[in-house]
Design a protein around this ligand. Structure first.
Ligand code: R5P
Length: 262
């Protein structure tokens, strides 16, 4: 059931009585609207006798705010998880950003499962990029970058990053790396402002990279980040968990399989 359709028509247009109702919501653009929509939809399904409500989130927002970085900030990861707990029996999330909280089970009380696009990313690289060197732009990116590199049997390196604000990050190299003439592929879960990738690309260029690709799962691309990245010559591709012009890797098969075995 698409919650968006449901809220526009203000009704669930199928019979949900005694059914396990699976809602697919990719939270993007007006994220807060998306949250309200999904709650209205799930609550209505329950009122109309649904046996179970399940949330499938190709992209799930608010995961990066897992602590109070600055005084007075909301720890949104926890608050949104509490809402989901209240209205759903299970939640499936594609490549959630897990950092200080390592597992979805630590965040949600309901049944939760992590899905991943890593296989598809590895397949895309194998098909389209010759002899790649995989780069993770920060310590958290190893779950994508190293994992994908291992699947490909490619060399990989994880860099270090310090974030000062949304638009100010500093990426550094830990030890020597020679990338002369290489096709480098930065692999990460999210590209939002694009600054993590821009800063990483500067280092890769200095190290002699021949081409710089960026492949991510969730292409949020805030404030025309995609345009900014492409302007500098970075070739950007993402999964289609969030729609964009870069969304070339289709994750629907991974989700469909999950629903089938649910
Ligand atoms: C954070 O650790 C994530 O893995 C990404 O590196 C981050 O979300 C990218 O954000 P931005 O594009 O705004 O630098």
């Amino acid at each position: 059931v698409s919650p968006l359709k449901m809220i526009r028509k203000n009704c669930l247009d199928c019979d949900v009585k005694n059914k396990e109702v699976v809602f697919v919501q990719s939270f993007y653009k007006d994220v807060s609207d998306c949250i309200i929509e999904i709650i209205l939809a799930a609550h209505t399904a329950m009122e109309l006798g649904a046996k179970k409500t399940v949330l499938i989130a190709p992209y799930f927002p608010y995961m990066r705010q897992d602590k109070r970085f600055h005084r007075g900030e909301a720890i949104s990861q926890r608050i949104i998880a509490e809402l989901v707990d209240k209205y759903f029996d299970a939640v499936y999330i594609m490549d959630p950003h897990l950092h200080r909280e390592k597992k979805l089970e630590h965040i949600f009380k309901i049944k939760s499962k992590k899905l991943t696009a890593n296989n598809l990313i590895a397949r895309y690289i194998k098909k389209n990029i010759r002899n790649p060197a995989i780069i993770g732009p920060d310590e958290e990116s190893y779950k994508w970058a190293r994992n994908v590199a291992e699947m490909l049997g490619a060399e990989s390196r994880i860099l270090m990053k310090k974030r000062y604000s949304s638009y100010h990050v500093k990426v550094t190299l830990n030890k020597k790396l020679d990338l002369k003439g290489k096709n480098t592929v930065i692999v990460d879960d999210i590209v939002s402002t694009g600054h993590t990738i821009l800063e990483t690309a500067k280092i890769l260029r200095k190290l002699g990279a021949k081409a710089i690709y960026c492949i991510c799962v969730h292409g949020i691309f805030a404030n025309d980040a995609l345009g900014k990245l492409r302007k500098t010559g970075i070739k950007v591709v993402s999964a289609n968990t969030v729609p964009s012009k870069a969304a070339k890797i289709d994750v629907s098969g991974v989700i469909a399989l999950e629903i089938k075995i649910f």
